[in-house]
Write a new protein. Structure first.
Length: 427
């Protein structure tokens, strides 16, 4: 959030500085344009009507007429007005010492003189015609064209104080800069709650990922503990018994007083029991390997893996019933999820429920694929959560939530347990 706020503040400052620069430049152009419009109005409404044809020779009467019109101007920003002929001769200036003098016109002057219109620029005070102007006071000159009564064109130049133009630009910018910066501030203020909400969502998602990671680690730990307990309480104990039995038989055979006729049958029976126990241990190991990951889940399909999963129950005398719809198209992750769900339900029925019948069904219901594991065992009180030893049910709930699947548990003491897992949006 601090990085977001710092980045937003930096962006706001840069945008504010850029906007201020652009608005000031725009205000300057608008102030200059205002001077051009003023000059056009002076040319058309003040100087033009006061011109006489004799102004071309700078006759005193014509000069006096123009002088009177110029004196009537109320725009205090204008510090100098000049009228030029096309050859560069000044026929009128409110600085009378310039009248009759001749100076070369530059390209911009000639363009306005020949084509009309209006142009402007910062005046170069080093030019000879500016010899009577204060050297420390920059000027902005605006050109326009006027005509004498006989149609002879003249170039009108009006000179404005640059400080006055800048002051007008400042007034314009003061009106618009606060609006621009205010809009940026409002935009930034709107982004702050959005950034806070984004930070909260990101943090919540991070917590959720951390929670799922912890649950995954706990599930792996519990699974390792279960495997270790199965090995310790099952195959390890059986192998210990086999080892002791075989050692005792070997000791009996090696006894000098061993009588094959009288004790041979007993040793033979002992060895057969040891072989049977060893085979049972091998079967337990194979079952454990299948529990960890069934090798035929992808090759033979989920139905075959479920059939193998139910085989130990049938061997233990539990009645089983498997129902699978044909034609179900499931992804690899969905196959693994359903198999893990079935494995947990079948294991709970065998280890904890003391069930005599287990039903497992995988079917399509109203566009969803649902697996149901039902047993007639002793059940448990769901209001107290999963009982001790049912770590798998807890982890299954988390896995189902992460997979956007729906897990339902229906159980009560004395009436068995029904587990349902549904994955929706299947066609």
């Amino acid at each position: 959030m601090l990085r977001f706020a710092a980045g937003g503040l930096i962006a706001l400052i840069l945008l504010a500085l850029g906007s201020t620069f652009v608005l000031r430049d725009t205000a300057r152009r608008e102030a200059t344009r205002d001077a051009e419009v003023t000059t056009e109005l002076i040319a058309g409404a003040v100087i033009g009507p006061a011109l006489r044809d004799s102004i071309l020779e700078s006759s005193p009467a014509a000069v006096a007429t123009v002088e009177g019109a110029v004196g009537a101007l109320s725009d205090s920003r204008i510090v100098r007005i000049k009228l030029w002929r096309g050859d560069g001769t000044i026929v009128y200036s409110d600085e009378h010492r310039l009248i009759g003098q001749r100076f070369a016109l530059d390209a911009d002057d000639l363009e306005v003189f020949e084509q009309g219109g209006t142009a402007s620029g910062v005046s170069d005070l080093s030019e000879p015609e500016k010899g009577f102007e204060p050297p420390a006071e920059p000027l902005v000159e605006v050109y326009s064209r006027v005509q004498t009564p006989n149609g002879t064109p003249l170039l009108l130049k009006a000179y404005y104080r640059d400080a006055d133009v800048s002051r007008s630009a400042t007034l314009i910018s003061r009106r618009f800069i606060p609006i621009g910066i205010g809009a940026l501030i409002v935009f930034a203020a709107v982004q702050i709650p959005l950034g806070i909400d984004l930070a909260r969502r990101t943090r919540a998602a991070q917590r959720e990922r951390e929670r799922l990671l912890r649950q995954a680690i706990e599930a792996q730990t519990n699974e390792r503990r279960r495997i270790a307990a199965d090995l310790h309480d099952g195959i390890v104990q059986d192998l210990v018994g086999v080892s002791l039995t075989v050692s005792a038989a070997a000791g009996a055979v090696g006894d000098p007083e061993f009588d094959l006729d009288t004790a041979g049958s007993e040793v033979s029976r002992t060895l057969r029991e040891a072989a049977k126990t060893t085979r049972h241990g091998i079967q337990q190991l194979r079952t454990l390997l299948v529990d960890i990951y069934p090798p035929n889940l992808r090759e033979a399909g989920l139905t075959a893996a479920l059939r193998d999963l139910l085989a130990p129950l049938a061997n233990a005398g539990v009645e089983v019933d498997l129902t699978c719809d044909d034609g179900l198209e499931l992804s690899e992750d969905e196959d693994a999820l359903f198999y893990r769900f079935a494995h947990e339900g079948v294991r709970n029925a065998l280890r904890h429920a003391n069930a005599t019948r287990v039903e497992l069904a995988l079917e399509r219901i109203n566009g969803s694929v649902m697996m149901t594991v039902r047993d007639d065992g002793r059940g448990f009180d769901l209001s107290d959560g999963a009982p001790v030893g049912h770590f798998g049910l807890r982890s299954l709930a988390d896995v189902a939530a992460a997979s956007r699947a729906e897990l339902r548990i229906d159980t009560a003491p004395g009436r068995g347990t029904t587990l349902r897992l549904a994955i929706g949006d299947h066609r």
